[in-house]
Write a new protein. Structure first.
Length: 202
């Protein structure tokens, strides 16, 4: 990572931390898991680092979403949900003007796409590997941590992994298996529930 890139990522993460702490902590957890999966499937070190950095910034576009929506204690309305779904495109637009970080755009833009075409923003079926890895980790973290604007109960490790397996048409099952191995091999990666350890992803 060169100095300019390091500085830009640090500034963006600080802005996210100051805007919505839950999303910031969620992003750190997703980045750690994504890096571990990239290592588990034997990607090159450069690829591992790129995926880690893309995961750190995958929700940076949420700094463009009204904070009263991000911190809403109740289920989102349809209109609010549509607004939050803009965050991946907003994040990509932010990186587009930061030339050292432009190569991270696919990870940020496509992390809510799904292999069956049911995701957003474009309904793609052919998704970059970086975005597929982040999608698995993002969904796992969202299921296993308390979230704002979610009426669903927090799931256990086993329940979340099983949900990802059940959605075999949406998630790359090789990556789901890699996540399961990462968590079993290193229990410290499994972040325990507490008041400062919340994650949000939709």
């Amino acid at each position: 990572m060169n100095y300019d890139e390091d500085k830009l990522i640090s500034h963006l993460l600080l802005s996210l931390k100051n805007y919505n702490y839950e999303t910031y902590k969620h992003s750190l957890r997703v980045a750690k898991l994504s890096f571990k999966i990239a290592n588990m499937i034997h990607l090159s070190l450069n690829e591992q680092l790129s995926i880690y950095k893309g995961a750190l910034l995958h929700d940076i576009g949420k700094t463009m979403i009204p904070i009263n929506i991000l911190s809403k204690p109740d289920k989102l309305t349809s209109a609010e949900y549509d607004l939050v779904k803009l965050h991946s495109s907003c994040g990509a637009n932010m990186l587009e003007v930061l030339s050292p970080l432009m190569y991270l755009i696919p990870a940020v833009l496509y992390h809510h796409e799904r292999l069956d075409g049911s995701g957003y923003p474009y309904g793609l079926k052919f998704i970059p590997l970086s975005a597929q890895i982040i999608a698995v980790c993002d969904s796992f973290d969202a299921m296993t941590n308390k979230r704002s604007y979610s009426y669903k109960k927090v799931k256990s490790f086993n329940e979340a992994i099983q949900d990802l397996k059940d959605c075999n048409n949406k998630y790359n099952q090789m990556l789901v298996s890699a996540l399961e191995k990462v968590l079993k091999n290193n229990e410290s990666i499994f972040l325990r529930k507490n008041n400062e350890n919340n994650g949000i992803a939709i």
